[in-house]
Design a binder for this molecule. Structure first.
Ligand code: MG
Length: 391
C-alpha cells in the first residue's frame, strides 16, 4: 500500500494549557515535574516527533514569554479561551493547513510518541479518535449527589484521555457546526452529537492528567521508574577544560580566591580558569552546553564580572534539569606561583560557591616542567571532572 506523505507527516499538535489549576491552588502548567515545568514535557515530546511539523500551545498570554524562552520559535502560541472548546478553536486557527490535528492536555506529561502515533493513525481512518482506558472502578451515577441512581455496566465504560486526534476537515466541520457548544469537557463529544464515529484507541493507565497535588507525586514516581528502565543514569560525569593567558597588571583569581602574584589571568571576566573549567564540567554532566552558550564573549555585560556569577548561573541550569553537583576534582597546570600553600583556601572557596561539603571538593596543581607556553609562565590551564546527581 502506498502511503500519502501528507498522511504521515505535517501533523499539528494543539496542546491545551489554559487551565487555572483551581484544584492545585494555582496555575499547574508550570509546577516542577522531574526538574522541568509540567507543560514542557508534552511540548518537548511532540517537538521531537518527526510526524508533527507544528506544535501549538494554547495558554494564557502571561505564559508566552516562558515558552518562547524555553522553545524559541519552535512552538506556535495561541491565547487560551474562556472554555476548553474556545481554546481548541484558537489553537486550530493556527493549524488549518495540517491534515491531522492532535489535541492534547498540557497536564498529561507522560504521553508517549507511540500513543500519539496510534491515535493519529486511527483518526486518519475514521476522522476522529480518542485515547482511552477501560474503567477499573465500578462507576455509580447520582442524580442528586447524595444517593446512587444507577450503576452503568462497567464493561462498556472507558475513561477518555488525550491525545484526541482528528482529520482536519472533521475538526473544522465540528467546530463550525457547534459554534456555541459551551463548555464540553472534550471536543470528541461534538463528534458524537454529529453522529461521526470516534475510534477508541487503547491507551495506558500511566497517561494521567495532573489535577490534584497527589497526581504530581504519582507522575514523578512513574517518570522515575521510566527513566530507570530506560537506563538513564542517576549519576552523571562531566569534564571541563580551560586555558587563559597570564599577563602583568591583572589580579590572579583561582576558584574565587585572590592569590598574590605579579601576573594574572587575561579574560573578559576575571579569567578564573578553575571556575570556568568546573562550570563547563558541570554543564557537560547534564548535556547543557558550555559557559559560552550562557555568557557569549560578544556580550559586553560580562566585562570584568566575577566568575562567581557564571558559577551561580551554572547551578541554576543544573537545578532546571533536576540535577545537583555531587563532587569535583580540579587540576590546575601552572608554572608559577606555587599553588600548594593555597590548596585549602581554594577548596573552601569552591565548596562555598558550589555548595558542596569540603570532602567532596578536590583541588590540586601540577607544573608543566618548564615546557611549552605554560612552562614559560605565559598561560595557565585547568582540567575539572565533576559528578552530578539527577534528583
Ligand atoms: Mg575561560
Amino acid at each position: 500500500m502506498t502511503v500519502n506523505r501528507a498522511q504521515t507527516h505535517d501533523w499539528a499538535a494543539v496542546i491545551a494549557a489554559g487551565g487555572s489549576g483551581v484544584r492545585m491552588g494555582g496555575p499547574k502548567q508550570f509546577l516542577p515535574l522531574a526538574g522541568r515545568p509540567l507543560l514542557f514535557h508534552s511540548v518537548s515530546l511532540f517537538l521531537a516527533m518527526p510526524e508533527f511539523s507544528d506544535v501549538i500551545v494554547v495558554t494564557a498570554r502571561e505564559n508566552f514569554a516562558a515558552l518562547e524562552k524555553e522553545f524559541g520559535g519552535k512552538v506556535k502560541l495561541a491565547p487560551a479561551g474562556a472554555t476548553r472548546l474556545e481554546s481548541v478553536r484558537n489553537g486550530f486557527a493556527l493549524a488549518r493547513r495540517n491534515p491531522v490535528i492532535a489535541v492534547h492536555d498540557g497536564a498529561r506529561p507522560l504521553v508517549t510518541a507511540q500513543l500519539a502515533r496510534e491515535v493519529c493513525a486511527a483518526a486518519l481512518k475514521t476522522g476522529a479518535a480518542v485515547a482511552a482506558v477501560a474503567v477499573k472502578d465500578t462507576i455509580k451515577s447520582s442524580a442528586d449527589g447524595l444517593t446512587v441512581s444507577a450503576t452503568p455496566e462497567r464493561a462498556k465504560l472507558w475513561a477518555a484521555q488525550t491525545p484526541q486526534c482528528y482529520r482536519r476537515e472533521a475538526l473544522e466541520e465540528l467546530l463550525s457546526r457547534f459554534p456555541n457548544a459551551g463548555d464540553v469537557s472534550d471536543e470528541s463529544q461534538l463528534a458524537e452529537h454529529a453522529g461521526m464515529p470516534v475510534a477508541l484507541v487503547p491507551s495506558f493507565y500511566g497517561n494521567i492528567k495532573i489535577t490534584t497535588p497527589e497526581d504530581l507525586v504519582l507522575a514523578e514516581a512513574l517518570m522515575d521508574t521510566e527513566r530507570k528502565s530506560a537506563g538513564v543514569p542517576a549519576q552523571r560525569v562531566g569534564f571541563g577544560y580551560d586555558l587563559h593567558r597570564m599577563v602583568e597588571g591583572r589580579p590572579l583569581i583561582l576558584g574565587g580566591v585572590h592569590i598574590p602574584h605579579n601576573k594574572g589571568l587575561l579574560g573578559h571576566s576575571d579569567g578564573d580558569v578553575a571556575l570556568h573549567a568546573v562550570c563547563d564540567a558541570a554543564l557537560g554532566a547534564v548535556a547543557a552546553g558550555e559557559i559560552g552558550v550562557y555568557f557569549p564573549p560578544t556580550n559586553l555585560t560580562i566585562m570584568g564580572i566575577s566568575s562567581k556569577v557564571i558559577a551561580e548561573k551554572t547551578l541554576e541550569v543544573l537545578a532546571g534539569r533536576g540535577a545537583e553537583l555531587a563532587q569535583m576534582d580540579v587540576t590546575v597546570i601552572a608554572e608559577e606561583p606555587k599553588l600548594m600553600p593555597h590548596y585549602q583556601a581554594v577548596r573552601e572557596s569552591l565548596s562555598e560557591i558550589f555548595r558542596l561539603p569540603l570532602d567532596c571538593v578536590s583541588f590540586k596543581a601540577k607544573s608543566a616542567e618548564g615546557l611549552g607556553p605554560i612552562g614559560k609562565g605565559e598561560a595557565m590551564e585547568c582540567h575539572a571532572v565533576v559528578t552530578a546527581r539527577i534528583k
